[in-house]
Design a protein around this ligand. Structure first.
Ligand SMILES: *Cc1c(COP(=O)(O)O)cnc(C)c1O
Length: 540
């Protein structure tokens, strides 16, 4: 028997170790089971990979590759109709199931990979074809690719200096969106959500009408500012009144008609009333696509009133803005939008761009800088080698700003403008299909109103309530059914449809078709599954 030298023994061990690693890597690459790290990488800690160790390219790559495998598995599950949308757990139980604790000592990479898996395992799959619960849903693959890249680029959007490519992209996309609204010039910004976009519109309106406000404050206005919005508007409009010192009593709710659209005659009456009392009506919010009913306020008539009383007109199209792509559905819903002074439009809703992506647009060039600039000298020097107009940081009330543009730009490149148009038309067709199917089953479903958008409002009738005449008593019972049936959906994990009351009726279902994953068979599934889970519900 030959003796091994120490060197020989060492190289022999190394070969075996490499063999084991190769085997592990093969197993994890062959798609069997869940992604796993080889033991030599799994047992490493954060300070053994980049950027702490220059010679750790391979280990870093392996770690990130397995994380990507976790992501790809999730994408697969999201699109698998046999998978549940969620495994619902009560918060106490979830707390036990997941170890959320932060420790003094570091954890190895293999634990972090497990943490990644666990987080996605218990996450609601908002891109699942049976998820009808929220205005923002769906998992657009191209947009997802953009978001992954955005995270890797990890830059701040405040100066051209550090985000040259993304700043120019913003300019192109936002100009395109303004053109779709119907403006040739103007100003725009991406904001962290539609609510903040609405706040930007409010601030710009106040600055436009009362430029002295910026330095001198509220008392320089000489009258109490009043804003108007419909009683169906998004609550963020009202919050502007509170945030900006008007007080919510001075955000006047204009009554809407039975389909949820602002009544222009009521708007005019209320404007006159407040003007005659010495207040200063200055801002009207019209909603294009209300959050619950999907209603469109009549923009032309509202624009006439704004013109007559010299008020700023804002259109909150956070939800309905996407329909600007559609020749078929844009009119009459958004007719007159070009007469607005500002428009909020969330690509992360109807257009399916990944969260978060929200835009606000202004008719007036330079208004954001005029309104919001604080001229911080350490960021926005005016003697830079490029034109400082490319720095966006001083246009906003934030300092740093997240890159929300790349995922939208890439998605738009991928789809083309025509692809977005087809997407809008498809969503609307599916909602029309759902309405037809609901009407075909009047014993089981009650359509509340003809929708203008992809929000469909309806009640489900369990056996107990079928054939009973429809009256206020019955509506109360149908409202109780909503909460019970929603509970059953969550428990079974097979379907998610949202419900809420409004000021005309108790709880009712509002389904949303806003995901490219949804087809006719998913709409049929929604209705059939509600019936399967709900038919035996009894309420008193
Ligand atoms: C969703 C919505 C908002 C708020 O948008 P966030 O991005 O959630 O802040 C504002 N207005 C309307 C009409 C909406 O539907």
């Amino acid at each position: 028997m030959s003796k091994l030298s120490l060197d020989g023994f060492y190289s022999y061990c190394k070969q075996i170790a490499e063999h084991i690693q190769l085997g592990e890597r093969m197993a994890s690459l062959s798609g069997q089971g869940t992604p796993r790290l080889t033991s030599s990488v799994g047992n490493l800690y954060y300070d053994s990979i980049l950027p702490y160790r220059e010679d750790s390219q391979a280990q870093t790559r392996e770690f990130l590759s397995r994380v990507v495998d976790v992501l790809l598995d999730f994408v697969h599950q999201v699109n698998d109709r046999n998978e549940k949308i969620l495994e619902f757990r009560m918060p106490e139980e979830m707390n036990k199931l997941c170890d959320f604790q932060l420790h003094d000592e570091p954890l190895p990479l293999k634990q972090l990979l497990e943490d990644c898996k666990l987080a996605l395992k218990h996450q609601v799959k908002t891109g699942h074809p049976h998820f009808f619960n929220q205005l923002s849903c769906g998992l657009d693959i191209i947009s997802l690719a953009g978001e992954w890249l955005t995270a890797a680029a990890n830059t701040n959007m405040f100066t051209y200096e550090i985000a040259p490519v993304f700043i120019l992209m913003e300019n192109v996309v936002l100009e395109k969106m303004r053109n779709m609204i119907g403006w040739r010039t103007g100003d725009s910004i991406l904001a962290p959500g539609g609510s903040i976009s609405n706040l930007y519109a409010f601030l710009a309106a106040r600055h436009h009408k009362f430029p002295q406000y910026k330095e001198k404050g509220l008392s320089s206005i000489g009258g109490h500012l009043v804003m108007f919005t419909s009683d169906q508007c998004h609550y963020s409009v009202k919050s502007c009144a509170s945030v900006c010192g008007l007080g919510t009593d001075y955000c006047i709710c204009v009554p809407s008609d039975e389909r949820g659209r602002m009544i222009p005659a009521e708007l005019e009456r209320l404007v006159k009333y407040h003007r005659d009392r010495g207040n200063v009506p200055f801002f009207v919010n019209a909603t294009s696509g209300t959050t619950v009913l999907g209603a469109f306020d009549p923009l032309e008539e509202i624009a006439d009133i704004c013109q007559k009383y010299d008020m700023w007109m804002h259109v909150d199209a956070a939800w309905g803005g996407g329909l600007l792509f559609s020749k078929k559905y844009r009119h009459p819903r958004l007719t007159g939008v070009e007469r607005a002074d500002s428009v909020t439009w969330n690509p992360h809703k109807l257009m399916g761009t990944l969260l978060q992506c929200s835009t606000v647009h202004f008719k007036y060039e330079g208004i954001l800088l005029n309104c919001n600039a604080m001229s911080a000298e350490y960021l926005f020097m005016t003697d830079k080698i490029y034109d400082p107009k490319y720095d966006t940081g001083d246009k906003v009330i934030q300092c740093g700003r997240h890159n929300d543009i790349f995922k939208l730009w890439l998605q738009w490149r991928g789809k083309g403008t025509s692809g977005f148009e087809r997407h809008m038309d498809r969503l609307m067709e599916l909602a029309e299909y759902q309405v037809r199917r609901i009407k075909e089953q009047p014993d089981k479903f009650h359509l509340i109103l003809e929708p203008e958008m992809v929000n469909v409002s309806f009640w489900y009738l369990p056996k107990q309530l079928r054939g009973v005449p429809h009256d206020a008593q019955k509506e109360i019972k149908l409202g109780k059914v909503c909460a019970k049936l929603k509970g059953k959906m969550m428990q079974s994990g097979t379907l998610m449809v949202g419900y809420q009351p409004d000021d005309r009726r108790p709880n009712f279902y509002r389904s949303i078709i806003s995901s490219a994953a949804v087809t006719e068979k998913d709409v049929d599934f929604m209705l059939a599954e509600m019936d399967r889970l709900g038919q035996d519900i009894i309420v008193d």
